[in-house]
Write a protein that binds this ligand. Structure first.
Ligand SMILES: *Cc1c(COP(=O)(O)O)cnc(C)c1O
Length: 394
């Protein structure tokens, strides 16, 4: 079908939720995408930080195919091997001791919110409030929307469920002042993604950890975007040296299969009793096989190291562009989760111009451009892509 026909179908039959760019992608491989005219693109977005190992990685594809041929679904009334192998693997590579599987980032965060309340109740506390950061993003369900610290996103859906307080990032005094006997958890992104790529200071996170320990409230890191090597560590908490009690994962762990994971340490991880939380699809054999293969590829191909080293290389290139006079106000992020804040309001125009030149990137609002390339991207590809970025900016 032609783009114009798809656009008409979208305009007619899909809810008007997405402002899509005018491209139909039909194929992906590694760092490359192809549209329906056969035009090749270099992907600096990874489907919003999802295809960390590259598009259609042969080992991930084979894992999905193999599992889809033997068993796709039986529900969690029974045991399946990929799910429990994946739970074990995640605890081996993280602080976590127990996992629960959901189907998306928002749903993993819903689980984290429920877990924090359950943890408090098991201590005979009625604490229910969760403190999150302004500018944060935690999802689109009613609760995760309420957790999201972007008040303009709340407006169309008010009243939102109660129980969330938002504080400015990196200000420990305000956070300490916000904690009350009603607080059951603090939830943060180690690097805010959708909000515009803003990093938590490592010192701040250490103080938050201490605060949570003193008050026996849970520290939840939403690593839906920062996890799976994205920031130059397997999980961003490792990069800053602060362990949460609970972590959520989604985007990069399934290479495009819908999966969310709630990971918890021993003290929080046993709070749900049978029947208190669940999912029909969560932890299904196909998505878990895809996630196991994805983690194996991240390890086998040293993609965490590549994310860290190539990310540092991109930052140097961006600094050089700025020095040459590109209208860049600030360069932010870590590993291959990077953004430039522009002096002007031309982010969308720049993203459209890049797309025309065969490079996929993403703008956040009118003045931030975000880069989330597959973690397997090479320096040659970076040189090429940022050469094009520079040609449009300097
Ligand atoms: C994308 C994102 C979510 C929501 O994930 P969905 O899979 O879209 O529900 C939650 N938290 C963070 C930090 C994200 O980047």
């Amino acid at each position: 079908m032609k783009l114009s026909e798809l656009k008409e179908l979208d305009d007619t039959y899909h809810m008007p939720t997405y402002a899509r760019l005018p491209v139909t992608f039909v194929k992906g491989r590694g760092t490359r995408l192809w549209d329906d005219n056969g035009k090749e693109y270099l992907d600096l977005l990874s489907g919003i930080g999802v295809v960390n190992v590259g598009h259609c990685h042969p080992e991930v594809t084979a894992a999905i195919q193999g599992q889809a041929e033997s068993l796709m679904h039986v529900s969690n009334l029974f045991y399946t091997q990929p799910q429990l192998e994946l739970a074990k693997k995640i605890t081996e590579i993280s602080f976590g001791e127990r996992c629960f599987f959901a189907n998306s980032g928002a749903e993993a965060n819903e689980g984290a919110i429920k877990l924090a309340r359950r943890y408090a109740k098991l201590k005979d506390s009625d604490a229910y409030e969760i403190i999150t950061a302004l500018r944060s993003f935690h999802g689109r369900t009613m609760k995760t929307l309420a957790a999201t610290g972007q008040l303009d996103k709340h407006k169309p859906f008010e009243p939102l469920p109660p129980g969330f307080k938002h504080v400015p990032l990196n200000d420990i005094d305000i956070l300490m002042g916000a904690v009350t006997e009603n607080t059951c958890a603090i939830m943060l992104e180690v690097i805010q993604g959708e909000g515009g790529v803003y990093e938590c200071d490592a010192d701040y996170l250490k103080q938050v950890r201490q605060l949570c320990d003193e008050r026996d409230i849970l520290l939840i890191f939403d690593e839906v975007q920062t996890g799976m090597g994205r920031t130059g560590a397997m999980f961003a908490y490792q990069g800053v040296g602060v362990e949460p009690d609970v972590m959520t994962l989604a985007k990069g762990i399934g290479s495009g299969m819908p999966i969310g994971v709630l990971v918890a340490n021993a003290k929080a991880g046993s709070s749900f009793k049978p029947g208190e939380h669940g999912s029909t699809f969560g932890g299904g054999p196909v998505v878990c096989a895809a996630a196991l293969a994805t983690i194996k590829v991240i390890e086998d191909e040293s993609l965490v190291e590549n994310s860290r080293e190539t990310g540092a290389y991109v930052k140097i290139k961006l600094e050089a562009m700025k020095a040459k006079g590109a209208p860049i106000k600030e360069i932010r992020g870590a590993g291959l989760m990077l953004a430039i804040e522009l002096d002007g309001e031309s982010a969308k125009e720049l993203v459209v111009a890049l797309l025309d030149k065969g490079i996929v990137a993403n703008n956040i609002g009118s003045n931030i451009i975000r880069f989330l390339p597959p973690l397997c991207i090479t320096r040659d590809e970076i040189d090429y892509a940022f050469g094009v970025v520079e040609s449009l900016m300097v």
